[in-house]
Ligand binder design. Sequence first.
Ligand code: 5GP
Ligand code: ZN
Length: 113
Amino acid sequence: MSCLFCKIIAGEIPAKTVFQDQYLLAIEDINPAAPLHLLLIPRKHIAHTLDLLPEDDLLIGHLFRVAAGLAKERGYDESGFRIVTNTNADAGQSVFHIHFHLIGGRHLLWPPG
Ligand code: 5GP
Ligand code: ZN
């Protein structure tokens, strides 16, 4: 298995896991871009958004609800936060196992760079 996030899910590479259930893991990003920077990673290996199937719809909805819950739990509900996923080169995707960044704790620029 060569996928970094599959290895983290399998426990072969350590990560700071802040939440997990049967569908996904939420871990702290190793190189945080903001005071809050978690990665929500489905246990199922899906490369990116282009590979999502209709059967993944519930998983992704669940992931967004969990992400918002984690942001609220940490006190970022009033100030706000961003949930973002990168697809392929122009978006800067570097790990090809779908994941959603949960970022907050500072004013985020829009549009992104
Ligand atoms: P992408 O660039 O694919 O959207 O996001 C990949 C993210 O994974 C980056 O924010 C990067 O800092 C993070 N990352 C890369 N390797 C590791 C790792 O080994 N552990 C953790 N926790 N995060 C990682
Ligand atoms: Zn994977």
